[in-house]
Design a protein around this ligand. Structure first.
Ligand SMILES: Nc1ccn([C@@H]2O[C@H](COP(=O)(O)O)[C@@H](O)[C@H]2O)c(=O)n1
Ligand SMILES: O=P(O)(O)OC[C@H](O)CO
Length: 339
C-alpha cells in the first residue's frame, strides 16, 4: 500500500533486522475478571497468547530478539505464588530461540520487590536496583529501555528515598485517599496515580549520555518503556509522571525515531511535534479466548513496520523528518495486515 507518509519506500525491501513484541501478559492462575472500569481480563488465557506468540516468533526464524513491555504477571496473583508464577511466564519467554529483553511494570512490582524481580527477568546491570539499560542490535540502531518506576511508591522498600520522593509527588498532586484513584484530577493531571511512576534525575543523566553518544555514532534510537511518553498516544491516566521532562530531553536530539510502550491496554498511536512516533501496544491480557495480541517489527533505514495479530493493530512508522499522519481520521494506527 503506497500511503501519504511514504511507507511504499520500505515495502518490498529486506529489513535490516526484525524483532518480536508483546505487552501486558498479566498472567495469573485465577478465574477471568474485569478491570476497575469493567473491561474483561482473561488471566489464564493470557499465557496461551504468549505461547502462541513464541511459536509464531520461532516460526518466523529471522527475529533477532523479543521485547516484552512489562506486567508479565497480574497483581491479583496469590502472593505465595508470585515467584513461581513469574518463573513460569519467564520460562515461556525462554522458549523463544533468541534473546528476550524484559521491562518491568506495576503488576510485576505488586508481586515481587525489585531485588527479587530484576534477576528473574535478567535485567542487565541491575545491581543497584535499576531497570534501565540499552543495547545495539546493529551498529546503526540503539534500543533504550527506560525504567518508568524509578521514582515509584511500589517496588522499593517503603523508606527508600525513591519511594519517599514518589509518595511526596502523589501527596502533592493527588488529594484522594486511594492514590490509584483519578477522581477529581483534571486533564494531564490524571497521570498522578500510584500505578504510574517517574524517571529519576540519575536515569535522566544516563539517558542524556546515551543520546549524545548515539548522535555521535549516527545511530537511530528506539526508546522503550512500560509507561507511555506521549499524551496523544494514551489515556492521560497511563502517562509517565515526568513524560514532559523525558520528551524535552529526547527532543534536544534528532536520533530518537520511535517510542514504544505498553500499560494502556487498549493501545494507541501518535506522532509528536518533533516527528517521533509513539506506539502503545495492545495488551495480551484482554484477548478473549482464541484471540491474540502480539507481533513483530521489521526495521528499515527509513522506518519501522509492525505486523501484528488480531487485537494488536499493525502500524507503519516512517522516520522522515517531514512526518505527516497517514490516517484519514488523524494519527491513529493504520491496520494493514492480520496474520
Ligand atoms: N478510573 C479508575 C481506574 C482505576 N482505579 C484504581 O486503580 C486500580 C487498578 O485499576 P485497573 O484498571 O487495573 O483495574 C483499581 O483497583 C482502582 O483502585 C480507580 O480508582 N479509578
Ligand atoms: O496496569 P493496570 O492493569 O493497572 O492498568 C493500567 C491502566 O491501563 C492505565 O490506564
Amino acid at each position: 500500500m503506497a500511503s501519504a507518509n511514504g511507507i511504499g519506500s520500505i515495502q518490498g525491501k529486506q529489513p535490516l533486522f526484525s524483532f518480536g513484541v508483546i505487552s501486558d501478559v498479566q498472567y495469573a492462575d485465577i478465574p477471568d475478571g474485569r478491570s476497575f472500569l469493567g473491561t474483561p481480563r482473561y488471566y489464564r488465557h493470557s499465557i496461551l497468547v504468549l505461547k502462541r506468540a513464541v511459536q509464531s516468533w520461532n516460526n518466523h526464524q529471522k527475529l533477532k530478539f523479543v521485547l516484552n513491555f512489562g506486567d508479565i504477571v497480574d497483581g491479583f496473583c496469590p502472593k505465595d505464588q508470585s515467584f513461581s508464577t513469574i518463573k513460569k511466564v519467564v520460562s515461556e519467554f525462554d522458549n523463544f530461540n533468541g534473546r528476550v529483553y524484559h521491562m518491568i511494570g506495576n503488576h510485576c512490582l505488586y508481586n515481587l520487590p525489585r531485588k527479587e524481580l530484576l534477576p528473574l527477568l535478567k535485567i542487565p546491570n541491575h545491581d543497584e536496583g535499576h531497570a534501565y539499560y540499552d543495547f545495539s542490535p546493529t551498529p546503526n540502531f540503539r534500543f533504550v529501555v527506560l525504567d518508568g518506576y524509578d521514582i515509584s511508591a511500589i517496588g522499593w522498600p517503603r523508606d527508600h528515598p525513591k519511594s519517599v520522593e514518589a509518595l511526596k509527588i502523589l501527596s502533592q498532586r493527588n488529594p484522594n485517599a486511594d492514590k490509584n484513584s483519578p477522581s477529581g484530577l483534571v486533564g494531564l493531571g490524571r497521570r498522578y496515580l500510584m500505578f504510574n511512576g517517574g524517571v529519576g534525575k540519575e536515569q535522566l543523566k544516563w539517558l542524556d549520555g546515551i543520546l549524545k553518544e548515539a548522535t555521535h555514532l549516527k545511530q537511530k534510537v528506539i526508546v522503550c518503556c512500560h509507561l507511555p511518553l506521549d499524551p496523544g498516544a494514551t489515556s492521560f491516566a497511563a502517562l509517565l509522571w515526568n513524560y514532559d521532562e523525558v520528551m524535552d530531553l529526547i527532543h534536544k536530539y534528532n536520533c530518537v525515531k520511535v517510542c514504544l510502550a505498553g500499560h494502556d491496554h487498549k493501545g494507541g498511536y501518535a506522532i509528536d511535534s518533533h516527528g517521533i512516533h509513539h506506539r502503545v501496544l495492545e495488551a495480551a491480557l484482554e484477548c478473549p479466548p482464541g484471540t491474540n495480541a502480539f507481533g513483530y517489527v521489521d526495521v528499515y533505514n527509513d522506518g519501522l513496520y509492525l505486523t501484528a495479530t488480531d487485537r494488536m493493530s499493525s502500524s507503519k512508522m516512517l522516520f522522515d523528518s517531514d512526518q505527516t499522519c497517514d490516517h484519514e481520521n488523524g494519527c491513529t494506527t493504520d491496520p494493514i495486515t492480520s496474520t
